[in-house]
Design a binder for this molecule. Sequence first.
Ligand SMILES: *[C@@H]1O[C@H](CO)[C@@H](O)[C@H](O)[C@H]1NC(C)=O
Ligand SMILES: *[C@@H]1O[C@H](CO)[C@@H](O)[C@H](O)[C@H]1NC(C)=O
Ligand SMILES: *[C@@H]1O[C@H](CO)[C@@H](O)[C@H](O)[C@H]1NC(C)=O
Length: 629
Amino acid sequence: MMAKHATILWGHSRLVVLLFIFVLHFVTYSCKSDAEILLKLKESIADDGALSSWNDSKPPCNGDNGNWVGILCGNGTVLGVKLENMGLRGVIDVDVLKELKNLRTLSLMNNKFDGSLPNITRLVALKSIYFSGNQFSGAIPNYVFDGMFSLKKIHLARNKFSGEIPQSLTTLPRLSELMLQDNKFDGKIPQFQNGILKLFNVSENELIGEIPRSLRDMNASSFSGNKDLCGAPLESCAPALSIGTIIIVTILVTLAVAALIAVVVILSQRKQLPEQEQATVSPPGYRKAFSTNLNKVEQGTASPEHGTNGKKGNNNMKLIFLQDDREKFNMRDLLKASAEILGSGIFGSTYKAALNGGQAMVVKRFRHMNNVEKEEFHEYMRRLGRLNHQNVLPIVAFYYRKEEKLLVSDYMENISLAVHLHGNTTRGRPCPDWPTRLSIIQGVAKGLSYLYNELPSLMAPHGHLKSSNVLLDRSYNPLLTDYGLVPVVNQDRAQEYMIAYKSPEYKNNGRITKKTDVWSLGMLILETMTGRFPSSFFQQGSKGNEADLVSWVESMVKEGNTDVDRVFDKNMGRKDKSKGEMTKLLQIGLNCCEEEVDKRWDLKKVVERIEQVKEMDTDQEYNSRGLSK
Ligand SMILES: *[C@@H]1O[C@H](CO)[C@@H](O)[C@H](O)[C@H]1NC(C)=O
Ligand SMILES: *[C@@H]1O[C@H](CO)[C@@H](O)[C@H](O)[C@H]1NC(C)=O
Ligand SMILES: *[C@@H]1O[C@H](CO)[C@@H](O)[C@H](O)[C@H]1NC(C)=O
């Protein structure tokens, strides 16, 4: 979240940033001398005498010269602390360092410092950090580089850092040197802007995936020794299967299975049939059905050539765009695009397709979407296509065939909330912290509220709200997807699988209400705050199980406030100063999950309450306010 704010701030104007730094200088101005500050810093460092010149006999600076070892001076003040090759251990007290108001450079190269990266976020004026050759370890949280707009050089090589390379590094406008070699970073290399990095090295890590285009001119040795990196300047990535191929393969496999079943059925019938009928019934009929199917596939999806030129295919191949301001591409581009399966849901699979221009789109296949006729479907899609809100993912285009529909939308860099809550943590995806989760929930609430206003005729305007349908863009801004589909999905499918139909009111009374999406939102809040997956979503026809997460949270919250900590996802961090507000959000979640619809809050109230939740506790009274409903 800080990243987002920082980016916005940057976008506003550099003036604001300069002002900010100026004000910060002013506020942090202290009467302590540089000597006092450095001696305080020395207290937490084990130096074995290496810093003995740091004593009261002389001041640290004499004009532009340093009297103390490792101190860089300018005009009598400390500009840099350069403690290299000294066998130092211990702790770098950043709170003390931040009082050196002119500190531009901090070097701890080749010592024995360990633990996590010192939180340099507070040293706003810093231009270079050289921490290479230590024992620092663990993942680097994204916020460490947020707002560090002066940073030019970051050297973290030869440590034991793990997790993903922080995205926030890509927001630093002046970054020219980034040395991360010989660590244990994993995941993909984030997208750096073109041309700002002069020195870059990520060799000897555990990185995977394609090297971003902006780094293709770097030396190949900057990328060597990684797990699975590809693309220029290394060898090109194995050509990904094209989406056309994937679809053809899927369809052929389905057909093959069908054919096998047909053969089995035919063979078993054969046994029962009188001799003379056998010849007419089986082989020709079966062959005919198979080839018609194959033809259909070719005209419909598989072969763009037939589709665009052929007589029958013409209608079939048309991708209908719902957004005027978008660059147009056609079905042929989409089929040719290299694609990657993102997941397979209950309605069909989801693919990421990279178009020729490098733009990534997501293509979702929907089967079982024949609740309305073709004309009505087109009309309805146009209506959904007109929706426009920052928390609602626009449908860019769609493709209609009776057997299946494709919905095309933009690819979101951070995939979905579900991935971040339940994804494989060893892949090093940063787990969203509390402020991020709060802002995600606030965005979801806004998006939902917008859908309620724009689709008033729908009982459940979203209908399928769950963490995998909350997509996250590169700044973790949430966007709802798969909304408004209840009217077009086959009713039996909808009732069996869609989240709205998992609600207590549907289970108890067989109906959904205007408060059903509120219940889904409540479940989403509990899932986001606890990190626990509401398992009942996956179990079809389970009765009353959806209450599991709810009753667990309820019991934890009621047991007494001291225990409430255990409810929160451990990966969320930052608890002490925010516990009251976190509990508030949890309580809102519980209110949304109220089984009795009459007692459940309506969306308007829920949105209001969620808006009121703050990142930090504004008072410390939550302990006495009580937590039961
Ligand atoms: C204090 O620093 C000076 C150099 O500035 C050094 O010569 C002297 O030995 C130091 N004193 C002590 C007690 O370490
Ligand atoms: C020191 O101060 C002088 C005059 O105030 C200025 O011209 C010079 O750039 C300063 N030097 C440094 C290293 O800040
Ligand atoms: C990157 O680091 C590796 C390992 O330390 C080294 O062998 C290689 O020469 C470096 N490449 C560049 C371009 O700095």
